[in-house]
Design a protein around this ligand. Sequence first.
Ligand code: ZN
Length: 324
Amino acid sequence: MGTDSCRAAGKAGPVIYPWLEAVNAEFSERFAEDRLPHALLLNGPRDTGKTGLATQFVASILCLENRHPACGICRSCRLLETGAHPDRHVVTFEEHPKTGVLRQMLVIGQVRELISSLSLTTTISRRKAALIHPVDAMNIAAANGLLKTLEEPRGETVLVLVAHDTGSLPATIRSRCQNLQVRPADSRGSIDWLCAEVQVTPQEAESALMAAAGSPLKAARMIRDGSIKHYDQVVSILEGLRSQRTAPGAAVAAMADVDPELLWSWISLLASEELKSVMGSSLAAREVSRLQSLADRNRYLLPTPIRKDFLLQDWLIQWSRIRD
Ligand SMILES: [Zn+2]
């Protein structure tokens, strides 16, 4: 989750993104008044920098100077830099021990390991801290395993839970945490931030935000790694297919260089945009809606051995046949 970091290159201290300032202020206040709960739930949309902020919370919880942002120089802060702090525990996606494939869920074994680590006494800091992200990826057994610890953690422990979507989180977990809600960045603020951060014009920033489904961090990444240049290309290909100016075969060839994950996320986004303009025609709307779902399904099929060029060609042919 390196991309979720709140530290901006070339700057000395931790940087708080503008859209995280409110939630950070809320944490600061509780921290300064020494009224941190046992469990904090930092909840909000993907790609907003939540994990980076939660990492800063953990540093402050452990900081020997008891400061937020953490002092950066005490023994605790220095150990966190090296990743070897004995009072800091992190639960996140791990590789499956047999297949080596990164799991897409948090499992009971990880929770048991965490509980056992939390039962040890602190060695450096006043408190222990655990970061669990994304907590909404816990399976049922893992969530049940965590309940008791959330209710009565041993000693001075603060659990910082990060969730993209609390809807998929059991109510029993939610009700045991204090919620810190991250709001999505507003469009004007996101455009200003992108213009300053990656030196683009407001028009370019707007287009990149569109391609990133509103996430300024994702938009900045696309601008930095150059993938954004393919977005306009995909927009014009889909338009060309709809207006019969482009043939599906040519469209597949033209999209060959686009990262498949990005490509299908853009196709899905553009289909949802198209849906707004065909609402008058119920037949077309139904088709566009069906193709959007198909695009999402195709995206999930990417890690499988299925032929991706066939999937794409088939989808583009269907897209070209929609009639208003
Ligand atoms: Zn410190």
